[in-house]
Design a protein around this ligand. Structure first.
Ligand code: MLT
Ligand code: ZN
Length: 452
């Protein structure tokens, strides 16, 4: 165990560096960097003295990817928050890593564009953190993952080298596309400082429906139909079960149930985004009529104005907040074949009985289940009934134990449930090549046993 004074002795050179930048705190040594050159200097210094660092953006991650474990120096990117350029012809935005997602959304809105990424934490998460975790969010079904929309990056390596991969081209087949190594590597290979991203135009007609289904098979069939009947205008397909809905209604004061006449087992939020106001709405209405006539949908409402649309989204986006308010929560973010996905929720319910409230919601359109288990308090015997069962189940169905939240600290040791050992070994070799002293975000992503 290191004492504070020994940590401070080790950090004394670093303190001077931060002091020169007039921006440091002593307790945990948090440095807010403003430029890539400062970051380069700090990393060079830390690397030469084997001082570990944790890159931190908005600190909104869900797997402990941006928290220090022992005495790591926190490098916060919030001051790197400039928009560098925006090209209205190509829709390519170039910005610094510390830009808050919501600020980018507002900036683009004025230009008639949108970010291809949107998520509940948009008010505080930073784009650098989003890219580092390869965040998915609410509209991946339409705009795809950040591996597709991020066109370029600038990153600083552990030794302080600045790597310029900040291309803005959609097509570029000159050698290995190394930016992909940094997208989703959670700051373990380098710290992202700039991003160029392809942004879609903002289309005038957005319609949102909030629907009720009696069973999961109907939700699945509805998705199948939505992809075919709504086609290119489908921009979100989200679901929550009755348990998730109850939590939201019980814990969030501002939420009203748009379908109060009965209790349903599942709720689906469908959003369409297109450019033809009347025909897009007609298309959605015809789709819903067909879904109701064929019995897939038991009840539903289409938002009539912006406030109603926001209130529908608030229900879905409010689930994580309601879970936090309800007590202790065990969170799992799984990719699974859509037809199997909800079996896990039901099996878990049988397994845990009265001990916990098992809740399923998420991005059905992407095959991404958020399985959350809510209990009055954290309890080791409960955890022992959840894990490794949940990981083994996911692995058996060839799913992923992290669809969009990353591995961070909490799930790093579980990587083998979703990746073959040879693949993880190769990841460890890449980590050792780029960060031989292991200073970048230690204990995250790759099991520590592979890095010694
Ligand atoms: C969501 O989709 O709401 C989040 O990814 C899940 C969460 O915050 O638990
Ligand atoms: Zn999610």
């Amino acid at each position: 165990m290191m004492t504070i004074s020994s940590i401070l002795r080790r950090y004394s050179g670093l303190k001077k560096l931060f002091k020169k930048m007039k921006n440091y705190k002593l307790q945990t040594l948090i440095g807010c960097i403003s430029t890539k050159d400062q970051l380069s200097q700090i990393l060079k210094y830390c690397n030469s003295r084997c001082l570990a660092v944790v890159p931190q953006g908005g600190n909104t991650g869900l797997v402990g990817g941006s928290v220090p474990v022992f005495d790591e120096v926190i490098i916060n990117t919030r001051r790197m928050n400039s928009i560098i350029s925006f090209d209205e012809t190509s829709g390519v935005l170039v910005c610094e890593a510390g830009c808050i997602l919501e600020n980018l959304i507002s900036f683009l809105d004025k230009k008639g564009f949108i970010m291809p990424l949107d998520l509940g934490a948009k008010g505080s998460c930073q784009i650098g953190g989003n890219v580092s975790t390869n965040a998915g969010g609410l509209r991946l079904v339409r705009y795809g993952s950040l591996h597709g929309t991020v066109l370029g990056l600038e990153a600083v390596l552990a030794n302080g080298d600045v790597i310029d991969m900040l291309g803005t081209l959609r097509k570029d087949n000159t050698g290995y596309d190394l930016k992909h190594l940094f997208i989703g590597s959670e700051g373990s290979l380098g710290i992202i400082t700039k991003i160029s991203i392809l942004t879609p135009p903002k289309l005038s007609s957005v319609n949102i429906a909030f629907l009720a289904c009696q069973d999961y098979v109907s939700c699945q069939k509805l998705l199948f139909q939505a992809k075919r009947r709504l086609g290119e205008i489908l921009s979100a397909f989200e679901f929550l079960d009755a348990q998730a809905m109850n939590l939201v209604l019980n814990h969030l004061d501002s939420v009203r149930n748009p379908l109060p006449s009965s209790v349903y087992n599942f709720y689906v939020l469908i959003e369409t985004t297109g450019s033809e106001e009347s025909s897009d709405k007609e298309k959605l209405e015809a789709f819903l009529l067909h879904a109701m006539e064929s019995g897939l949908v038991s009840d539903g409402a289409i938002a009539q104005d912006f406030n109603q649309a926001s209130s529908f989204w608030h229900i879905r986006e409010g689930v994580p907040e309601a879970l936090m308010k309800a007590g202790a929560v065990y969170k799992y973010d799984l990719s699974l074949p859509v037809e199997k996905m909800y079996d896990l929720v039901e099996e878990m319910r049988i397994r845990l009985g009265e001990k916990a409230n098992v809740v399923g919601y998420g991005h059905l359109g992407d095959g991404n289940l958020h399985l959350n288990i809510s209990a009055p308090q954290y309890d080791d015997s409960l955890l022992a009934q959840i894990e490794p069962f949940v990981y083994e189940w996911t692995s058996r169905h060839r799913g992923s134990i992290s669809a969009e939240h990353g591995l961070g600290l909490m799930k790093a040791e579980k990587i083998f449930y979703s990746k073959a050992s040879g693949t993880v070994q190769l990841m460890a070799s890449i980590k050792k090549l780029l960060d031989p002293s292991g200073i970048l975000n230690p204990y995250k992503v790759i099991p520590t046993s592979l890095l010694s």
